[in-house]
Design a protein around this ligand. Structure first.
Ligand SMILES: [Zn+2]
Length: 272
């Protein structure tokens, strides 16, 4: 599932490729992909996207101040740009054809098709946007705010990091990377963090996400496939491989339908 760094770069690439292009037609090919009835997506005809922004895990394709497509790619959603006449497959959920012949498709390969598009007058009409927590790369995300968000919570640190209502945009992969960079055990509870550990967690959140954006941006060119670029991550999906810091084998915990990857040496031991 794409997370903040992937979506941040995808936002930039999409903007460079679709803004200002006249839209010929827009249609939903998968029933249910568009979650709203008004404004109608076929009223995109004759207009153009004016900006692309991101809020948490949502991309917001703005047509005009009171017309936005708010997109959540969920697990397998991707955007592709196709030349005119490219065959439409079952993977295509939404197609936006430009007047110049190319079209933008939201596709989902595989059986899981959960991507969502909301056509709205105001992005805040989408519950997940309205309830989204702090953007971790914004100046609002301070150590004090992180402590406030953690106060009174009886949950693992990873759960706090991935709670979209607390901090927006982080999923399982980058939460594991942030925990690794913070030298915090994946089983630590928020309530046990010291002041120093909150500082470490805060600083690692910013550095891991910022560095990932740079890394993905440097590799991506004008491709829309950002979510494949994760080979630079230190622990995520690296079970059994050596930790880049200490060489110990990366371990994995399965808990509540998620997998957590960590280094038992760097993040283990007493007091960590
Ligand atoms: Zn290690």
């Amino acid at each position: 599932m794409p997370e903040l760094p992937d979506l941040e770069v995808l936002k930039e690439v999409l903007a460079s490729r679709i803004l200002g292009r006249e839209i010929d037609s827009a249609r939903a090919l998968r029933p249910g992909i568009v979650k709203t009835a008004s404004p109608m997506i076929n009223s995109l005809s004759g207009r153009a996207f004016s900006s692309v922004s991101r809020r948490g895990k949502y991309l917001i394709l703005t047509v005009e101040p009171r017309f936005h497509l708010v997109v959540h790619l969920m697990v397998a959603g991707r955007f592709v740009l196709c030349r005119g006449g490219t065959k439409i497959t079952k993977a295509t959920g939404l197609q936006i054809a430009f007047a110049d012949g190319e079209d933008l498709r939201l596709i989902e390969n595989g059986p899981i098709k959960l991507a969502k598009v909301h056509a709205v007058e105001d992005p805040l009409d989408v519950e997940g946007v309205a309830s989204a927590g702090v953007e971790p790369l914004s100046p609002d995300f301070t150590v004090q705010l992180l402590k406030d968000l953690g106060r009174g919570r009886r949950c693992h640190v990873k759960k706090l990091l991935t709670d979209q209502r607390a901090i927006a945009g982080i999923g399982s992969a980058y939460a594991d990377e942030i925990m690794f960079a913070s030298h915090l055990s994946p089983v630590r509870y928020v309530s046990t963090l010291s002041d120093d550990e909150f500082v470490r967690l805060h600083d690692a959140t910013i550095s891991v996400l910022s560095e990932a954006i740079e890394e993905i941006r440097n590799r991506i060119g004008d491709s829309l496939f950002t979510d494949d670029i994760r080979d630079f991550l230190a622990v995520y999906k690296r079970t059994g491989e050596p930790c880049p810091i200490c060489g110990a084998k990366i371990a994995e915990i399965r808990y509540a339908n998620t997998r957590t990857y960590y280094c038992p040496v760097c993040q283990g031991g007493e007091g960590k």
